[in-house]
Ligand binder design. Structure first.
Ligand code: NDP
Length: 445
């Protein structure tokens, strides 16, 4: 790494102790940025990097609620408003027991660059709670969401900060959160949250957008090698919102998706995963993947283990951070891997990324490949602002154009900086320069 950036990095790491995921995200970005600072010494003079690594605002709050047995439960809520140089803070809420400040900051930091890459006027933020919605009744989830919003509402707004979903936060949770915001503020402010239901301000394609977008980005990478999804053998991790829609899109482009996972295990369905059954089990019944295996002949379920033991030509990690390590990457490469598109945020460890890049595997990092979700959220904000709602076809066309544009920006930036095909470098530099220029123009704030 560039010596000037090393010193800044060390200060950032020392100022934020115990936040391993945030450190990982910062180090990865810094490793790409040396050449930018050779061309733009003004960024160093204005301390752009130091400012970029310090969130504009961090909110941590108590979330008290009662469970169905009448017992008091206490969770911790977070919102990190990281950077507003390009627009209102924008990024999802994650409800998962692993959530702490270091995870929210890593996600918020990545979001700054991702949002810049979309070309839409949105800044970066992220939030969530260590609340675990799994196994909770709808009434418990509603009481939790209402309590969470009772604090969060004062910090957000359509021109200030616009949250959306992430792990553990889907349409149900966004509904309860929006209802409470509306009740407290007495405003029907549609643009304050995205991922809403279609009849109350949501956008068609938003539920599908992250998974669809990941596949579209990966398809663009494949095209650079004269390939496509048609005939590929695909393995996907996760079986939530991003995973299911990535599976659906890959199938529609002619791929066979043979495996996917949840946090308990994985299924192998050599005939190709049946998306209808998967949606039924996971989205309607909120069940587990092993229920899918019970219902479909010829499917094997592996309890525990790693879905990355299954050979694939295209891997789409769509579950969570650091789920694919160097060993798994090496196994996949030996099995004939051609491309990786990250639907999740930072699912590949730094070792895994190095293995993919050394092996010449096409590697699309999450901040580029999964940007379709937030981009479609920005389209939802546009529809809310104009009191309009667009057709599925029109919205999907916009999403496709945006993903093709992000691929082009990453590839062109990598070429410009002398590393053709390095999408990590292309995404980091492409996103950074946009934000840095805006910060420079806006003065020392
Ligand atoms: P969901 O909650 O819908 O699904 C998450 C899936 O990942 C579930 O199958 C879950 O299994 C699995 N999973 C979660 N945590 C772990 C873990 N620690 N170990 C193993 N499996 C795990 O979330 P999303 O699909 O929305 O999000 C998935 C990823 O995509 C995240 O990294 C998120 O940040 C990223 N992302 C999401 C966007 C969106 O629009 N939703 C936008 C951009 C990125 P189980 O059910 O067993 O917990």
């Amino acid at each position: 790494m560039d010596a000037r950036l090393e010193a800044i990095r060390d200060t950032v790491l020392a100022r934020n102790p115990g936040e391993a995921e945030f450190h990982q995200a910062v180090v990865e970005v810094f490793e790409s940025l040396g050449p930018v600072h050779d061309r733009h010494p003004e960024f160093l003079d204005a301390a752009i990097l130091e400012r970029l690594c310090e969130p504009e605002r961090q909110i941590i709050f108590r979330v008290p609620w009662t469970d169905d047995a009448g017992r008091v439960q206490i969770n911790r809520g977070f919102r990190v408003e990281f950077n507003s140089a390009l627009g209102p803070y924008k990024g999802g809420l994650r409800f998962h027991p692993s959530v702490y400040l270091g995870i929210v900051k890593f996600l918020g930091f990545e979001q700054i660059f991702k949002n810049a890459l979309t070309g839409m006027p949105i800044g970066g933020g992220k939030g969530g709670s260590d609340f675990d919605p799994r196994g909770r009744s709808d009434a418990e989830v509603m009481r939790f969401c209402q309590s969470f919003m009772t604090e969060l509402y004062r910090h957000i707004g359509e021109y200030t900060d616009v949250p959306a979903g992430d792990i553990g936060v889907g349409g149900r949770e966004i509904g309860y959160l929006f209802g409470q915001y509306k009740r407290i503020t007495n405003r029907y402010e549609s643009g304050v949250l995205t991922g809403k239901g279609i009849s109350w301000g949501g956008s068609l394609v938003r539920p599908e957008a992250t998974g669809f977008g990941t596949v579209i980005f990966t398809q663009e990478m494949l095209k650079t090698r004269g390939a496509s999804f048609d005939g590929q053998r695909v393995v996907v991790s996760g079986s939530g919102n991003v995973a299911i829609n990535a599976i659906a899109k890959a199938r529609s482009l002619g791929a066979t998706v043979v495996a996917c996972s949840d946090s308990s295990g994985y299924i192998v369905d050599e005939a190709g995963i049946d998306v209808g059954l998967l949606r039924e089990v996971k989205e309607v019944e909120r069940g587990r993947l092993k229920d899918y295996a019970v219902r479909r002949p010829g499917v094997s379920y592996v309890d525990g283990g790693s879905v990355w033991d299954v050979d694939a030509t295209v891997a789409l990690p769509c579950a969570t951070q650091n789920e694919l390590d160097g060993g798994a990457a090496a196994r996949l490469v030996r099995g004939g891997l051609l491309a990786v598109g990250e639907g999740a945020n930072m699912p590949s460890t730094r070792d895994a990324v190095a293995v993919f890049q050394e092996a010449g595997v096409l590697f699309g990092p999450g901040k580029a490949a999964n940007a379709g979700g937030v981009a479609t959220s920005a389209l939802e904000m546009q529809q809310n602002a104009s009191r309009d709602s667009w057709s599925f076809e029109h919205t999907e066309e916009r999403l496709t154009d945006i993903m093709v544009g992000i691929h082009h920006r990453c590839a062109a930036t990598a070429d410009e900086y002398g590393e053709p095909g390095n999408y990590v470098l292309g995404a980091n530099i492409g996103g950074f320069v946009k934000v840095a220029e805006a910060m420079l123009a806006q003065g020392l704030i």
